[in-house]
Design a protein around this ligand. Structure first.
Ligand code: G3I
Length: 379
């Protein structure tokens, strides 16, 4: 039975991909692709993108790479550009996969995002051992000069600093902050602007809709601006669910950030379709929940009723984005299809989540079609 489902998936996928005369990942976009795609549909509003994993960057996932070229006009590397991979030891840099990532974007005329120059997570171990502020400053300087310098003129937008704030808007006690205080952030933006003056520089974080965190982010941006340090945008990650956040809070944040004169970007959008252990009253993420059918209810596919809910949620989200399209420059999904989403392994490992527009066979889901219909050119 499973085999036949798989076979049906392959047939449907190839039908979707042959629809526009493109069956091969090496085939460039051809003008015969007259089918509306995400990037063409929203061309007057904002760029629309996806985070790429290594197989997509290297095009060993040919179906995924082909889909990315058709649907998206901006890309972000999901993991490969993070400090622990690109700068694993003090004197070594691994640029090869990221070079291919940049090449992928350039060949396909895409807006290329660099993620991320400074993040406390997925950082090389030697950075966690630094205790001296001058040494830390010199390591940050070296990292940004080497990485942003290597891609000068090629990376269009840098996530300069990622996730520097706590939920209450105070600074996160990362090793950067413990050793240098908030000056590490100023140094990062100052150096990035110096190294590549034409790149768009943003601060990126999750839960940027929360009023307390919003106040912290506003303060952070204002502080840089008052010191004459270049910051061009705020990235709201947007790892959301079917029920939260309240889009009123999201809207208030869009307005607050735009008020500062910077662009707003939705940088890591996905909508989990699974129960969240933290929403269960009084429940701990215990061994008992892990792997239980209760926490992993759709291992064989998302039922129609849930597809409708996901489509409605995405439709509400995109209606808000369209309403504020003058303030929003980019919307990026955190992944391409459901099978590759990080949400299959977080906050519980090995679940089957369905958070994106494309299913495990790379076929567009009802959410995709509903959102595409929001902004179809009127005849
Ligand atoms: O590379 C190793 C591989 O060698 C090993 O075999 C495998 C076994 O688990 O792990 C691989 O590393 C994983 C890595 O992704 C690359 O696939 C890590 O375990 C895993 O923890 C890591 O997760 C990434 C996560 O950041 C790390 O914090 C997710 O893929 C990535 O989607 C996620 O992205 C972050 C953004 O950068 C920042 N905002 C939040 C977002 C979601 O957490």
């Amino acid at each position: 039975m499973r085999f036949y489902f798989h076979l049906l998936g392959i047939i449907l996928t190839s039908l979707f991909f042959t629809n526009c005369g493109e069956t091969n990942a090496d085939t460039p976009l051809v003008p015969t692709d007259t089918i509306p795609r995400l990037k063409t549909n929203f061309t007057n509003a904002f760029t629309i993108g996806a985070a790429l994993n290594e197989a997509q960057i290297l095009e060993t996932d040919q179906v995924g790479a082909s889909l990315i070229k058709k649907e998206f006009n901006t890309i972000t590397p999901e993991n490969n550009m993070k400090w622990m991979y690109i700068h694993p030891t003090l004197d070594s840099f691994n640029f090869s996969i990221c070079d291919q990532y940049v090449e992928f974007g350039r060949k396909n005329n895409m807006h290329i995002v660099g993620h991320a120059l400074l993040w406390h997570s997925q950082i090389a171990e030697y950075m966690n051992e630094v205790k001296d502020s001058a040494l830390m400053a010199s390591y940050i300087d070296q990292h940004i000069r080497k990485v942003a310098g290597h891609y000068k003129g090629k990376i269009d937008t840098w996530d300069v600093v990622n996730e520097a704030l706590n939920e209450d808007g105070t600074f996160r006690e990362s090793n950067f902050f413990k050793v240098m205080g908030p000056s590490y952030l100023e140094q990062a933006f100052r150096t990035a602007a110096e190294v590549d003056p034409t790149a768009t520089l943003i601060y990126n974080d999750y839960n940027m809709w929360k009023p307390e965190k919003r106040a912290g982010a506003v303060k952070l941006v204002k502080n840089l601006q008052e010191k004459g340090i270049k910051i061009d945008g705020v990235g709201m990650q947007a790892h959301w669910s079917l029920i939260g956040p309240d889009l009123k809070d999201v809207e208030n944040s869009i307005l607050a950030y735009a008020e500062l004169g910077v662009k707003v970007m939705f940088t890591e959008l996905d909508v989990t379709a699974l129960p969240n252990p933290w929403e269960l009253e009084g429940a701990e993420v215990s061994q008992n929940f892990e792997g239980s059918p209760f926490m992993d209810p759709y291992p064989d596919g998302l039922p129609d009723s849930m597809q409708v809910k996901l489509a409605e949620r995405y439709s509400d989200i995109f209606n808000l984005f369209l309403k504020h399209q003058d303030k929003i420059s980019r919307v990026t999904f955190w992944g391409v299809n459901d099978g590759g989403s990080w949400l299959n392994n977080w906050p519980i490992e090995n679940r089957t989540n369905h958070p994106l527009f494309f299913d495990r066979n790379y076929l567009p889901k009802p959410a995709y079609h509903k959102v595409m219909n929001l902004n179809q050119p009127k005849n």
